[in-house]
Design a protein. Sequence first.
Length: 94
Amino acid sequence: MEKVNYQKIIISTFLKVLLMIVIIFILNSWPNIKQSFNGNVPPFNYWLDHSFKISNIILILGFGGYFYYKDLTAQKEAIEKAKKINEKRDNIEV
């Protein structure tokens, strides 16, 4: 009987959240990034102040929970489906 692979789900969720953090950072810092192409680079803490607000952190945590729940339910459904297929195959062989 297969079990849920929590390690795989956690790693997958972490990578998705990390990608989301990078995308949010780039979108919120785009004016600063454009300035830096011209040689006017603002300090890094200024970038962080504008990128990681409470609303963004709540968004990241919310989507992290959603990604974890979605991966967990998908894996449980796949296990149930495989279990039903195995039961049907065992019934046919008997």
